[in-house]
Design a protein around this ligand. Structure first.
Ligand code: GLV
Ligand code: MN
Ligand code: MN
Ligand code: MN
Length: 400
């Protein structure tokens, strides 16, 4: 097979006919279909597949569970996302195993292909849910109580999927059995396209976090309520969104985004009573994110108050700056022919794991530079180069 063939196998799963692209959310039918695809693809390669206590998928080459080189990514997407963010890393890992098996390679340590649950946090709001649970960064009870957009708790979704809820939580034995983690990922920018190169390794992930802003005003009739004296949280949100941009623009390399909004009650002829908006902030360092957040919230607070509304801010997640393991990254860059190391503003399971095991990333050129949108792209030949490169790296890391 090839990366192209493997991606073709899942190309109809989770297509979003309304938004375009793909919507593949944890334990919803499309994501469940991807889980079965993963199982059959891995079993066809002779790997033995298991679901861990946190809903992450593992496919093992070798009997031992110690000293493993793990590689993979995630199968879920953002709403209306692209075809590559996540699946490319899983597909490439499977293809790399296929390449090594076809060559008759005998690894001297186990290789695990993995797919982490809910990397995007699109259903239950917590990015890198599965990897964070595994390493113990989220309390099981907090995870189980999380609620999706339809009011279904993670616990209910878990039970409906036939997964045991008592197994959710830290998995130190599994973590201790992994010596290294590699995540191949589509690049989420134009750096490689600009450089004319198919691959890079990752040097760093910007610090980032998510905060829920709840703006409460006063619901009323759109026709009978005078314009003066309204307490309209949608108007307050509009000036809040401008504040996010103003502050981010003042700070070099900072990002500030409101990409998700929920309006209550969301009626055309109704002045809303409440708006919830999710604020995403990213910067080079943890403290820069904190300062940007504080400055942004202070300005939003003023503007919300000026509209007669009240503001509440709730931290949903925080992801500190990640610097990938330098020796491993340098070794991989060398094996790939001396490719550059580039930083990214996107979060990844490799970022979570990097605090516990040496971790590294390989990026594959994206000709549009777009990600988290249907226009996300990767050329077929670059994807094959990526899988060949990953196979070469696995061979090196699992040699005698
Ligand atoms: C996930 O891809 C993120 O960076 O938000
Ligand atoms: Mn993503
Ligand atoms: Mn991803
Ligand atoms: Mn991500």
């Amino acid at each position: 097979m090839s990366v192209r063939d493997r991606l073709a196998e899942i190309s109809e799963i989770g297509r979003d006919n309304v938004r375009g692209g793909y919507s593949r959310h944890l334990l919803e039918p499309a994501e469940v279909a991807l889980r079965s695809w993963f199982r059959s693809s891995a079993e066809a390669l002779g790997l033995s597949v298991e679901v861990d206590g946190n809903g992450n998928l593992w496919a093992w080459w070798g009997e031992s569970r110690q000293g493993a080189v793990a590689t993979g990514s995630h199968l879920d997407s953002v709403p209306g996302g692209g075809a590559f963010d996540g699946p490319l890393g899983v597909v490439s890992a499977l293809e790399a195993v296929a390449i090594l098996k076809a060559d008759g390679w005998c690894p001297t340590r186990p290789i695990a292909v993995c797919a982490f649950a809910e990397e995007e946090g699109s259903r239950f709001g917590m990015p890198c849910l599965g990897s964070r649970l595994m390493v113990g960064e989220i309390a099981p009870e907090d995870a189980l109580a999380r609620v999706d957009r339809s009011g279904v708790t993670l616990e209910e979704a878990w039970r409906q999927a036939g997964l045991g809820v008592s197994t959710i939580g830290p998995d130190p034995d599994r973590l201790a059995g992994i010596d290294m983690f590699l995540e191949l990922h589509v690049e989420q920018g134009l750096d490689l396209e600009d450089r004319g190169l198919p691959l890079a390794v990752g040097s760093a992930i910007m610090a980032h976090g998510r905060w829920r802003l709840s703006i409460v005003g006063e619901g009323n009739h759109a026709g009978t309520t005078p314009m003066q004296g309204r307490r309209d949280p949608v108007v307050a949100l509009s000036s809040a969104a401008l504040a996010v941009r103003e502050i981010a623009l003042e700070r070099p390399a900072a990002r500030g985004t409101i990409g998700r909004i929920s309006v209550t009650p969301n009626g055309t002829n109704v002045i809303a009573s409440r708006v919830d908006a999710w604020l995403d902030i990213r910067a080079h360092t943890d403290s820069e994110v904190r300062v940007q957040l504080d400055t942004t919230v202070a300005l939003i607070q003023k503007r919300v108050a000026a509209e007669g509304c009240a503001l509440e801010v709730h931290e949903e997640s925080f992801s500190p700056l990640v610097l990938f393991d330098e020796p491993l990254t340098a070794r991989i860059a060398g094996l790939l022919g001396g490719v550059p190391a580039i930083p990214t503003g996107a979060g990844h399971d490799a970022g979570v794991l990097s605090a516990y095991v040496p971790s590294a990333m390989i990026f594959v050129r994206n000709p549009t530079g777009v990600s988290h949108a249907p226009e996300e792209a990767a050329r077929e030949e670059d994807c094959e180069v990526g899988a060949q490169g990953l196979a070469a790296v696995l061979r090196d890391l699992t040699g005698g």
